[in-house]
Design a protein around this ligand. Sequence first.
Ligand SMILES: [Zn+2]
Length: 384
Amino acid sequence: MPPRAPAAPPAETPLASIVRAIVGIPTVSFREQGVMAAVRAFAEARGLAYTEDAFGNGYVTYRKGRAVRGARPLVLGAHTDHPGFVVESARGKRLDLAFRGGVDARYGKGERVRVYGEDGNSRGLARITRILASDAPNRWARRITGAAATLEEGEASAGDLALWDVAECRIRGRIVEARQCDDLIGAVAVLATLDRLVARGIEGYVVGSFTRAEESGLLGAAAAAGGRTLPEDALVVAVECSSMAGGRAKQGDGPIIRVGDYGHIFSPDMTLWMFRLAMEMQQADPKFKFQRKLMDGGTTEATAYDFMGYETGAACVALGNYHNMGEDNRIAAETVNLDDIDGLAELFVRMAQDTKRHGAMRATSAKRWGEIGREAGVRLKAGG
Ligand SMILES: [Zn+2]
């Protein structure tokens, strides 16, 4: 028998293909099953294990090589929902819709929504005639709680999704315009990382975590953290699309190491580790860009993980038209930059290879500052 040729390593999937496959899948809080099915298929196509916890959050595990024994797993977590309506009742052409997520109630009236059935296929088109809003402003505005709509085409029934009728996914140059960048682009960044680890045969221990109902109050992440479904010694990174308005970040200036959110900051050791690795990547390749920002335009799942005792950091890409809120109170597709997503995946690949240096960086810096302190003491006593 001829010797078996070694199997060719699988090729890396172009980032734009992963974006196209994932970002248009209709989803809202509690109705993320289409995204979960795509994540499962993506994992299985690459020989990776896909599991779900009791709350329906999905996990894809990558574990390769001897070096990962005793190493802390890197958990990259993205959420799989996006703000949108669910049809509560349909009588003739009249639809009553409930909203899940945070959008300013000055938006929505007169906008069109596309109706999707359980299978994720479009089955109708409706126009919003009235917006229902919360009584009190919640942090930044009165928010949409529901709507009345008139069916203009096709059909709709209770339980269908009704999502803004803007581009599901359009790529122009380096800009992705899509209805649901937040946070399906986060999910894309995690999937692209897993894809590159597999294709490059890199040794490492990474868990992609795909959570539910973030837009309804970080529910999937809170349940996962409370249920201790992540490894206790995990290094957790919440991966998001975050409003450019919070943090003055710029699209195209690279992925963002996110130090905190609206109300909380995350582990300094995680930020230090991510920042130093990004600096090393930039020294090796001056074309690699990154930013380090607070991004306090919203909250992130990192808050839930951190308060529940996990070693937690965060990363994101700068998002335009946050939660579909475009100019002049008109609903619009969200935007992100492809190069920022690519840079984020590369940063994660690097982190996957270097988890052992997390923590050691603090010790190294402490030692160095000890030496500086001793020299400073001598100089100060000597008068200069
Ligand atoms: Zn969001």
